[in-house]
Design a protein around this ligand. Structure first.
Ligand code: SAH
Ligand code: SF4
Ligand code: F3S
Length: 446
Protein backbone atom coordinates (compact mmCIF):
# COMPACT_ATOMS: atom_id res chain seq x y z
CA UNK A 1 0.00 0.00 0.00
CA UNK A 2 1.11 3.53 -0.75
CA UNK A 3 2.40 5.61 2.13
CA UNK A 4 -0.24 8.01 3.49
CA UNK A 5 0.21 11.51 2.12
CA UNK A 6 -0.78 14.68 3.93
CA UNK A 7 -1.97 18.14 2.91
CA UNK A 8 -2.28 21.48 4.63
CA UNK A 9 -4.09 24.57 3.30
CA UNK A 10 -3.59 28.13 4.51
CA UNK A 11 -6.40 30.48 3.54
CA UNK A 12 -6.47 34.28 3.41
CA UNK A 13 -9.36 36.58 2.54
CA UNK A 14 -13.11 36.27 2.49
CA UNK A 15 -15.64 33.43 2.75
CA UNK A 16 -15.45 32.77 -0.99
CA UNK A 17 -11.81 31.88 -0.52
CA UNK A 18 -12.58 29.78 2.54
CA UNK A 19 -15.17 27.94 0.54
CA UNK A 20 -12.76 27.47 -2.38
CA UNK A 21 -10.29 26.00 0.12
CA UNK A 22 -12.94 23.48 1.15
CA UNK A 23 -13.16 22.47 -2.50
CA UNK A 24 -9.37 22.24 -2.83
CA UNK A 25 -9.41 20.02 0.27
CA UNK A 26 -12.22 17.93 -1.26
CA UNK A 27 -10.14 17.27 -4.37
CA UNK A 28 -7.06 16.41 -2.34
CA UNK A 29 -9.06 13.97 -0.21
CA UNK A 30 -10.25 12.33 -3.43
CA UNK A 31 -6.59 11.94 -4.37
CA UNK A 32 -6.08 10.09 -1.08
CA UNK A 33 -4.34 12.93 0.72
CA UNK A 34 -5.24 13.36 4.40
CA UNK A 35 -5.41 16.62 6.32
CA UNK A 36 -2.69 17.50 8.80
CA UNK A 37 -2.35 20.58 10.98
CA UNK A 38 1.42 20.04 11.24
CA UNK A 39 3.28 21.72 8.44
CA UNK A 40 6.37 19.54 8.93
CA UNK A 41 4.30 16.45 8.20
CA UNK A 42 2.72 17.78 5.02
CA UNK A 43 3.51 16.47 1.52
CA UNK A 44 1.62 19.33 -0.02
CA UNK A 45 0.98 22.84 1.31
CA UNK A 46 -1.38 25.18 -0.51
CA UNK A 47 -1.78 28.91 0.08
CA UNK A 48 -5.11 30.35 -1.02
CA UNK A 49 -4.36 34.04 -1.33
CA UNK A 50 -6.22 37.35 -1.17
CA UNK A 51 -5.32 40.70 -2.73
CA UNK A 52 -8.09 42.98 -1.42
CA UNK A 53 -5.67 45.19 0.56
CA UNK A 54 -1.89 45.49 0.69
CA UNK A 55 -1.80 43.83 4.12
CA UNK A 56 -3.24 40.66 2.65
CA UNK A 57 -0.44 40.51 0.10
CA UNK A 58 2.29 41.15 2.65
CA UNK A 59 1.01 38.26 4.77
CA UNK A 60 1.31 35.88 1.81
CA UNK A 61 4.90 36.89 1.04
CA UNK A 62 5.76 36.53 4.73
CA UNK A 63 4.27 33.04 4.85
CA UNK A 64 6.05 31.98 1.66
CA UNK A 65 9.37 32.99 3.18
CA UNK A 66 8.55 30.91 6.24
CA UNK A 67 7.71 27.83 4.16
CA UNK A 68 11.19 27.67 2.68
CA UNK A 69 12.55 25.75 5.64
CA UNK A 70 9.96 23.00 5.27
CA UNK A 71 11.02 22.52 1.68
CA UNK A 72 14.67 22.35 2.77
CA UNK A 73 13.83 19.56 5.21
CA UNK A 74 11.61 17.74 2.74
CA UNK A 75 12.59 18.40 -0.91
CA UNK A 76 9.61 16.33 -2.10
CA UNK A 77 7.18 18.76 -0.50
CA UNK A 78 4.88 20.42 -3.04
CA UNK A 79 4.14 24.08 -2.33
CA UNK A 80 1.27 25.60 -4.30
CA UNK A 81 -0.10 29.13 -4.39
CA UNK A 82 -3.60 29.89 -5.68
CA UNK A 83 -6.36 32.42 -5.15
CA UNK A 84 -7.04 36.03 -6.04
CA UNK A 85 -3.45 37.26 -5.82
CA UNK A 86 -2.46 34.86 -8.58
CA UNK A 87 -4.84 36.52 -11.04
CA UNK A 88 -2.45 39.48 -11.26
CA UNK A 89 0.80 39.38 -13.26
CA UNK A 90 3.02 41.23 -10.84
CA UNK A 91 2.75 38.90 -7.81
CA UNK A 92 2.93 35.84 -10.08
CA UNK A 93 6.17 37.08 -11.66
CA UNK A 94 7.62 37.91 -8.28
CA UNK A 95 6.77 34.55 -6.78
CA UNK A 96 7.97 32.66 -9.83
CA UNK A 97 11.31 34.46 -9.86
CA UNK A 98 12.08 35.00 -6.21
CA UNK A 99 10.38 32.11 -4.43
CA UNK A 100 12.00 29.17 -6.15
CA UNK A 101 10.58 26.74 -3.60
CA UNK A 102 7.06 27.30 -4.97
CA UNK A 103 6.14 24.42 -7.31
CA UNK A 104 2.66 25.41 -8.39
CA UNK A 105 0.81 28.62 -9.21
CA UNK A 106 -2.89 28.50 -10.11
CA UNK A 107 -5.74 31.02 -10.30
CA UNK A 108 -9.33 31.42 -9.18
CA UNK A 109 -10.88 30.24 -12.47
CA UNK A 110 -9.18 26.84 -12.68
CA UNK A 111 -9.28 25.42 -9.16
CA UNK A 112 -10.96 22.31 -10.60
CA UNK A 113 -7.69 21.54 -12.41
CA UNK A 114 -5.81 21.02 -9.17
CA UNK A 115 -5.57 17.21 -9.42
CA UNK A 116 -4.15 17.38 -12.96
CA UNK A 117 -1.62 20.04 -11.98
CA UNK A 118 -0.44 18.05 -8.98
CA UNK A 119 -0.11 14.89 -11.05
CA UNK A 120 2.06 16.78 -13.49
CA UNK A 121 4.36 17.96 -10.71
CA UNK A 122 4.52 14.54 -9.06
CA UNK A 123 5.41 12.91 -12.37
CA UNK A 124 7.91 15.36 -13.81
CA UNK A 125 9.02 17.33 -10.76
CA UNK A 126 8.69 20.52 -12.79
CA UNK A 127 7.28 23.90 -11.73
CA UNK A 128 3.77 24.45 -13.05
CA UNK A 129 1.97 27.77 -13.64
CA UNK A 130 -1.63 27.72 -14.86
CA UNK A 131 -3.68 30.89 -14.51
CA UNK A 132 -6.67 31.66 -16.73
CA UNK A 133 -7.48 35.28 -17.51
CA UNK A 134 -11.17 34.56 -17.69
CA UNK A 135 -13.62 32.07 -16.30
CA UNK A 136 -14.76 29.35 -18.63
CA UNK A 137 -18.38 29.53 -17.43
CA UNK A 138 -19.09 28.41 -13.90
CA UNK A 139 -16.50 26.46 -11.97
CA UNK A 140 -17.99 22.96 -11.98
CA UNK A 141 -19.66 21.71 -8.78
CA UNK A 142 -16.89 20.17 -6.73
CA UNK A 143 -17.01 18.03 -3.60
CA UNK A 144 -16.22 20.09 -0.48
CA UNK A 145 -14.33 18.87 2.54
CA UNK A 146 -16.40 21.02 4.89
CA UNK A 147 -14.95 22.60 8.01
CA UNK A 148 -18.18 22.23 9.94
CA UNK A 149 -20.77 19.44 10.08
CA UNK A 150 -23.76 21.68 10.73
CA UNK A 151 -22.97 24.93 8.99
CA UNK A 152 -22.11 25.19 5.30
CA UNK A 153 -21.38 27.71 2.59
CA UNK A 154 -23.12 27.62 -0.75
CA UNK A 155 -21.81 29.73 -3.58
CA UNK A 156 -24.74 31.17 -5.55
CA UNK A 157 -23.02 33.73 -7.76
CA UNK A 158 -19.35 34.00 -8.72
CA UNK A 159 -17.53 37.16 -9.78
CA UNK A 160 -18.59 40.80 -9.68
CA UNK A 161 -19.64 43.34 -12.31
CA UNK A 162 -19.77 46.42 -10.13
CA UNK A 163 -16.29 47.81 -10.53
CA UNK A 164 -16.25 49.98 -7.45
CA UNK A 165 -13.29 52.22 -8.23
CA UNK A 166 -11.19 51.04 -5.26
CA UNK A 167 -11.80 47.32 -5.64
CA UNK A 168 -9.74 44.58 -7.27
CA UNK A 169 -12.34 41.81 -6.99
CA UNK A 170 -13.91 42.22 -10.48
CA UNK A 171 -10.42 41.86 -12.01
CA UNK A 172 -9.49 38.72 -10.10
CA UNK A 173 -12.85 36.97 -9.89
CA UNK A 174 -14.22 37.84 -13.33
CA UNK A 175 -17.77 38.60 -14.47
CA UNK A 176 -20.92 37.63 -12.58
CA UNK A 177 -21.97 34.02 -13.12
CA UNK A 178 -25.04 32.72 -11.30
CA UNK A 179 -25.58 29.07 -10.56
CA UNK A 180 -28.86 27.58 -11.77
CA UNK A 181 -31.51 27.65 -9.04
CA UNK A 182 -32.08 23.92 -9.24
CA UNK A 183 -28.48 23.01 -8.54
CA UNK A 184 -28.37 25.35 -5.51
CA UNK A 185 -31.56 23.84 -4.08
CA UNK A 186 -30.23 20.34 -4.71
CA UNK A 187 -27.03 21.15 -2.87
CA UNK A 188 -29.01 22.61 0.06
CA UNK A 189 -31.19 19.50 0.23
CA UNK A 190 -28.17 17.23 0.24
CA UNK A 191 -26.48 19.28 2.97
CA UNK A 192 -29.63 19.25 5.08
CA UNK A 193 -29.84 15.46 4.65
CA UNK A 194 -26.25 15.28 5.92
CA UNK A 195 -27.21 17.16 9.10
CA UNK A 196 -26.39 20.73 8.14
CA UNK A 197 -28.60 23.20 10.05
CA UNK A 198 -27.40 26.49 8.65
CA UNK A 199 -26.37 27.52 5.17
CA UNK A 200 -24.70 30.78 4.15
CA UNK A 201 -25.32 31.85 0.58
CA UNK A 202 -22.22 33.47 -0.86
CA UNK A 203 -21.72 36.07 -3.53
CA UNK A 204 -20.02 39.47 -3.87
CA UNK A 205 -23.48 40.81 -4.54
CA UNK A 206 -26.15 38.22 -3.84
CA UNK A 207 -28.83 40.68 -4.94
CA UNK A 208 -27.65 40.36 -8.56
CA UNK A 209 -28.39 36.64 -8.41
CA UNK A 210 -30.08 35.46 -11.61
CA UNK A 211 -29.54 38.60 -13.72
CA UNK A 212 -27.24 36.68 -16.06
CA UNK A 213 -29.41 33.55 -16.30
CA UNK A 214 -31.91 32.66 -18.99
CA UNK A 215 -34.38 31.32 -16.43
CA UNK A 216 -36.46 33.99 -14.74
CA UNK A 217 -35.09 33.83 -11.22
CA UNK A 218 -33.87 36.36 -8.71
CA UNK A 219 -32.57 36.36 -5.15
CA UNK A 220 -35.96 36.66 -3.38
CA UNK A 221 -37.21 33.69 -5.41
CA UNK A 222 -34.14 31.67 -4.49
CA UNK A 223 -34.72 32.40 -0.79
CA UNK A 224 -38.29 31.24 -1.15
CA UNK A 225 -37.19 27.97 -2.76
CA UNK A 226 -34.55 27.34 -0.09
CA UNK A 227 -36.95 28.13 2.75
CA UNK A 228 -38.86 24.99 1.70
CA UNK A 229 -35.90 22.67 2.29
CA UNK A 230 -37.34 20.68 5.16
CA UNK A 231 -34.50 19.92 7.54
CA UNK A 232 -32.69 23.22 7.10
CA UNK A 233 -33.06 25.66 10.01
CA UNK A 234 -31.21 28.83 9.08
CA UNK A 235 -30.42 30.63 5.87
CA UNK A 236 -27.78 33.35 5.91
CA UNK A 237 -26.47 35.33 2.97
CA UNK A 238 -23.72 37.76 2.17
CA UNK A 239 -23.03 40.27 0.74
CA UNK A 240 -25.98 42.46 -0.22
CA UNK A 241 -25.24 45.53 -2.29
CA UNK A 242 -27.32 48.46 -0.99
CA UNK A 243 -28.11 49.63 -4.54
CA UNK A 244 -29.97 46.39 -5.28
CA UNK A 245 -31.61 45.87 -1.90
CA UNK A 246 -35.24 45.62 -2.98
CA UNK A 247 -38.54 45.79 -1.11
CA UNK A 248 -39.33 42.27 -2.24
CA UNK A 249 -36.09 41.06 -0.63
CA UNK A 250 -36.97 42.84 2.61
CA UNK A 251 -40.38 41.23 2.50
CA UNK A 252 -38.81 37.75 2.17
CA UNK A 253 -36.37 38.35 5.01
CA UNK A 254 -39.30 39.39 7.17
CA UNK A 255 -41.68 36.58 6.24
CA UNK A 256 -39.57 33.52 5.49
CA UNK A 257 -38.99 31.85 8.84
CA UNK A 258 -35.57 30.35 8.06
CA UNK A 259 -34.01 33.48 6.59
CA UNK A 260 -32.12 35.13 9.44
CA UNK A 261 -32.66 38.67 10.62
CA UNK A 262 -29.14 39.70 9.87
CA UNK A 263 -28.25 41.89 6.94
CA UNK A 264 -24.70 42.78 6.01
CA UNK A 265 -25.05 45.91 3.93
CA UNK A 266 -21.67 47.58 3.27
CA UNK A 267 -22.05 51.35 3.03
CA UNK A 268 -18.31 52.25 2.61
CA UNK A 269 -18.83 56.00 3.23
CA UNK A 270 -21.40 58.45 4.55
CA UNK A 271 -20.59 61.11 1.96
CA UNK A 272 -22.55 61.16 -1.29
CA UNK A 273 -19.57 62.77 -3.03
CA UNK A 274 -17.26 59.93 -1.99
CA UNK A 275 -19.88 57.29 -2.77
CA UNK A 276 -20.19 58.70 -6.26
CA UNK A 277 -16.44 58.61 -6.77
CA UNK A 278 -16.41 55.05 -5.49
CA UNK A 279 -19.02 54.17 -8.14
CA UNK A 280 -21.29 52.65 -5.52
CA UNK A 281 -24.49 53.70 -7.29
CA UNK A 282 -26.36 55.13 -4.28
CA UNK A 283 -26.40 58.29 -2.20
CA UNK A 284 -26.11 58.82 1.55
CA UNK A 285 -29.85 59.58 1.68
CA UNK A 286 -30.81 56.43 -0.22
CA UNK A 287 -28.70 54.28 2.09
CA UNK A 288 -30.15 55.87 5.25
CA UNK A 289 -33.67 55.39 3.92
CA UNK A 290 -32.96 51.72 3.11
CA UNK A 291 -31.64 50.92 6.59
CA UNK A 292 -34.47 52.82 8.26
CA UNK A 293 -36.94 50.78 6.24
CA UNK A 294 -35.26 47.57 7.44
CA UNK A 295 -35.30 48.77 11.05
CA UNK A 296 -38.98 49.75 10.82
CA UNK A 297 -40.09 46.50 9.17
CA UNK A 298 -37.95 44.15 11.27
CA UNK A 299 -37.09 45.86 14.57
CA UNK A 300 -35.14 42.86 15.86
CA UNK A 301 -32.91 42.69 12.77
CA UNK A 302 -29.18 43.27 13.09
CA UNK A 303 -27.57 45.36 10.41
CA UNK A 304 -23.81 45.28 9.91
CA UNK A 305 -21.68 47.16 7.43
CA UNK A 306 -18.21 47.86 5.98
CA UNK A 307 -16.41 51.21 5.83
CA UNK A 308 -13.39 52.42 3.94
CA UNK A 309 -11.69 55.48 5.42
CA UNK A 310 -9.22 57.64 3.53
CA UNK A 311 -10.54 57.08 0.02
CA UNK A 312 -8.69 59.51 -2.34
CA UNK A 313 -10.05 63.04 -1.99
CA UNK A 314 -11.90 62.25 1.27
CA UNK A 315 -12.00 65.52 3.23
CA UNK A 316 -12.55 65.94 6.94
CA UNK A 317 -16.15 67.00 6.23
CA UNK A 318 -16.76 63.82 4.18
CA UNK A 319 -15.44 61.72 7.01
CA UNK A 320 -17.61 63.58 9.51
CA UNK A 321 -20.61 62.63 7.41
CA UNK A 322 -19.57 59.00 7.87
CA UNK A 323 -19.49 59.51 11.64
CA UNK A 324 -22.92 61.18 11.53
CA UNK A 325 -24.33 58.27 9.54
CA UNK A 326 -23.00 55.82 12.12
CA UNK A 327 -24.67 57.79 14.90
CA UNK A 328 -27.94 57.94 13.03
CA UNK A 329 -28.18 54.30 11.96
CA UNK A 330 -26.49 52.62 14.93
CA UNK A 331 -25.14 49.48 13.25
CA UNK A 332 -24.79 46.33 15.30
CA UNK A 333 -21.36 45.74 13.88
CA UNK A 334 -18.98 47.20 11.33
CA UNK A 335 -15.77 46.20 9.61
CA UNK A 336 -13.58 49.25 9.17
CA UNK A 337 -10.76 49.41 6.63
CA UNK A 338 -8.10 51.90 5.67
CA UNK A 339 -8.19 52.54 1.94
CA UNK A 340 -5.43 50.57 0.24
CA UNK A 341 -4.54 51.49 -3.37
CA UNK A 342 -4.82 48.44 -5.62
CA UNK A 343 -2.83 48.47 -8.81
CA UNK A 344 -5.00 48.66 -11.93
CA UNK A 345 -8.02 50.22 -10.19
CA UNK A 346 -9.09 53.79 -11.09
CA UNK A 347 -8.86 55.12 -7.51
CA UNK A 348 -5.23 54.03 -7.20
CA UNK A 349 -4.28 56.37 -10.06
CA UNK A 350 -5.67 59.46 -8.36
CA UNK A 351 -3.23 62.08 -7.20
CA UNK A 352 -5.23 63.22 -4.19
CA UNK A 353 -4.37 60.22 -1.99
CA UNK A 354 -4.96 60.81 1.72
CA UNK A 355 -1.89 60.81 3.99
CA UNK A 356 -1.34 57.64 6.06
CA UNK A 357 -1.42 59.55 9.31
CA UNK A 358 -4.82 61.04 8.49
CA UNK A 359 -6.18 57.65 7.43
CA UNK A 360 -5.08 56.04 10.71
CA UNK A 361 -6.50 58.86 12.77
CA UNK A 362 -9.88 58.57 10.98
CA UNK A 363 -9.91 54.82 11.41
CA UNK A 364 -9.40 55.20 15.16
CA UNK A 365 -12.16 57.76 15.49
CA UNK A 366 -14.58 55.60 13.54
CA UNK A 367 -13.70 52.43 15.46
CA UNK A 368 -14.08 54.16 18.79
CA UNK A 369 -17.56 55.39 17.91
CA UNK A 370 -18.69 52.05 16.46
CA UNK A 371 -17.34 50.07 19.43
CA UNK A 372 -19.36 52.24 21.77
CA UNK A 373 -22.53 51.73 19.73
CA UNK A 374 -21.96 47.98 19.39
CA UNK A 375 -21.53 47.83 23.16
CA UNK A 376 -24.73 49.75 23.80
CA UNK A 377 -26.68 47.65 21.32
CA UNK A 378 -25.47 44.47 22.97
CA UNK A 379 -26.37 45.83 26.43
CA UNK A 380 -29.93 46.15 25.14
CA UNK A 381 -29.97 42.38 24.73
CA UNK A 382 -29.43 41.70 28.47
CA UNK A 383 -32.24 39.51 29.78
CA UNK A 384 -33.46 38.55 26.29
CA UNK A 385 -33.61 35.01 24.99
CA UNK A 386 -31.59 34.24 21.86
CA UNK A 387 -31.42 31.14 19.72
CA UNK A 388 -27.80 30.07 19.47
CA UNK A 389 -26.31 27.50 17.11
CA UNK A 390 -23.57 25.99 19.26
CA UNK A 391 -20.31 25.48 17.35
CA UNK A 392 -17.96 24.19 20.07
CA UNK A 393 -15.20 25.42 22.40
CA UNK A 394 -14.27 29.09 22.18
CA UNK A 395 -10.89 29.78 20.60
CA UNK A 396 -9.47 31.31 23.80
CA UNK A 397 -10.86 28.96 26.46
CA UNK A 398 -11.81 25.36 25.77
CA UNK A 399 -13.93 25.20 28.91
CA UNK A 400 -16.29 27.75 27.44
CA UNK A 401 -18.49 26.99 24.45
CA UNK A 402 -19.59 29.40 21.80
CA UNK A 403 -22.14 29.79 19.06
CA UNK A 404 -23.88 32.38 16.93
CA UNK A 405 -27.23 34.04 17.48
CA UNK A 406 -29.57 34.40 14.54
CA UNK A 407 -28.26 37.96 14.24
CA UNK A 408 -24.70 36.57 13.84
CA UNK A 409 -23.41 37.64 17.27
CA UNK A 410 -20.96 35.41 19.09
CA UNK A 411 -22.45 34.10 22.32
CA UNK A 412 -20.55 32.19 25.03
CA UNK A 413 -22.21 29.52 27.17
CA UNK A 414 -21.01 26.90 29.66
CA UNK A 415 -19.27 23.84 28.24
CA UNK A 416 -21.75 21.23 27.00
CA UNK A 417 -20.25 18.91 24.35
CA UNK A 418 -23.63 17.31 23.66
CA UNK A 419 -24.92 20.64 22.37
CA UNK A 420 -22.47 21.03 19.49
CA UNK A 421 -24.43 21.50 16.28
CA UNK A 422 -27.71 22.16 18.11
CA UNK A 423 -29.77 25.34 18.21
CA UNK A 424 -30.49 26.16 21.85
CA UNK A 425 -32.23 28.92 23.75
CA UNK A 426 -29.92 31.12 25.77
CA UNK A 427 -30.67 33.93 28.19
CA UNK A 428 -28.19 36.79 27.79
CA UNK A 429 -26.68 37.93 31.08
CA UNK A 430 -23.66 40.00 30.08
CA UNK A 431 -22.34 41.61 26.92
CA UNK A 432 -19.32 43.35 25.43
CA UNK A 433 -18.92 45.17 22.10
CA UNK A 434 -18.32 41.99 20.11
CA UNK A 435 -19.58 39.13 22.29
CA UNK A 436 -22.46 38.03 24.48
CA UNK A 437 -22.55 35.69 27.49
CA UNK A 438 -25.58 33.62 28.32
CA UNK A 439 -27.03 30.68 30.18
CA UNK A 440 -28.86 27.82 28.65
CA UNK A 441 -32.53 27.91 29.53
CA UNK A 442 -33.94 25.09 27.55
CA UNK A 443 -32.97 22.95 24.64
CA UNK A 444 -34.97 23.73 21.55
CA UNK A 445 -35.97 20.45 20.02
CA UNK A 446 -34.64 20.98 16.55
N1 SAH B 1 -18.75 42.67 -2.43
C1 SAH B 1 -18.75 43.23 -1.17
C2 SAH B 1 -17.41 43.43 -0.51
C3 SAH B 1 -16.22 42.62 -0.88
S1 SAH B 1 -14.68 43.18 -0.27
C4 SAH B 1 -19.43 44.59 -1.25
O1 SAH B 1 -19.50 45.20 -2.29
O2 SAH B 1 -19.85 45.07 -0.25
C5 SAH B 1 -14.97 43.44 1.45
C6 SAH B 1 -14.72 44.82 1.88
O3 SAH B 1 -13.36 45.17 1.72
C7 SAH B 1 -15.47 45.91 1.13
O4 SAH B 1 -16.78 46.05 1.56
C8 SAH B 1 -14.64 47.13 1.42
O5 SAH B 1 -15.07 47.76 2.60
C9 SAH B 1 -13.25 46.55 1.64
N2 SAH B 1 -12.34 46.90 0.54
C10 SAH B 1 -12.41 46.53 -0.75
N3 SAH B 1 -11.40 47.08 -1.47
C11 SAH B 1 -10.66 47.81 -0.60
C12 SAH B 1 -9.49 48.63 -0.72
N4 SAH B 1 -8.89 48.80 -1.88
N5 SAH B 1 -9.01 49.21 0.41
C13 SAH B 1 -9.62 49.06 1.60
N6 SAH B 1 -10.72 48.30 1.77
C14 SAH B 1 -11.25 47.70 0.69
FE1 SF4 C 1 -15.69 45.01 -4.91
FE2 SF4 C 1 -17.71 46.63 -5.29
FE3 SF4 C 1 -17.76 44.19 -6.33
FE4 SF4 C 1 -17.98 44.51 -3.72
S1 SF4 C 1 -19.44 45.22 -5.26
S2 SF4 C 1 -16.69 43.04 -4.77
S3 SF4 C 1 -16.67 46.23 -3.32
S4 SF4 C 1 -16.40 45.82 -6.89
FE1 F3S D 1 -12.12 37.54 -1.26
FE2 F3S D 1 -9.76 38.66 -1.09
FE3 F3S D 1 -10.46 37.49 -3.29
S1 F3S D 1 -11.58 39.38 -0.18
S2 F3S D 1 -12.66 37.59 -3.42
S3 F3S D 1 -10.17 36.54 -1.31
S4 F3S D 1 -9.36 39.38 -3.15
Amino acid sequence: MDKVKYYHIITYGCQMNEHDSEKLAGMLENMNYKYTDQLEKADIILLNTCIIRENAELKVFGKLGELKRYKRKNPNLIIGVGGCMMQQDQPVDEIYKKYRHVDLIFGTHNIHHLPELINKIEKNRERVVEVWDEADGLIPDLPSQRESDYSAWISIIQGCDNFCTYCIVPYVRGRERSRPLKSIVKEAEKLAEDGVKEITLLGQNVNSYGNDLKEKVDFPLLLEALNKVGKLKRIRFMTSHPRDFSDSLLEKIKNLDKVVNHIHLPVQSGSTKVLKEMNRGYSREYYIETVKKIQAEIPEAAVSTDFIVGFPGEKEEDFEQTLELVKELRFDMAYTFIYSPRSGTPASRREDQVADKVKKERLNRLMELQNKISYEKNQNLLGTIQKVLVTGPSSSDENVYQGRTETNKICFIDKRPDLIGKIVEVKINSAKSWTLNGTLINRVKI
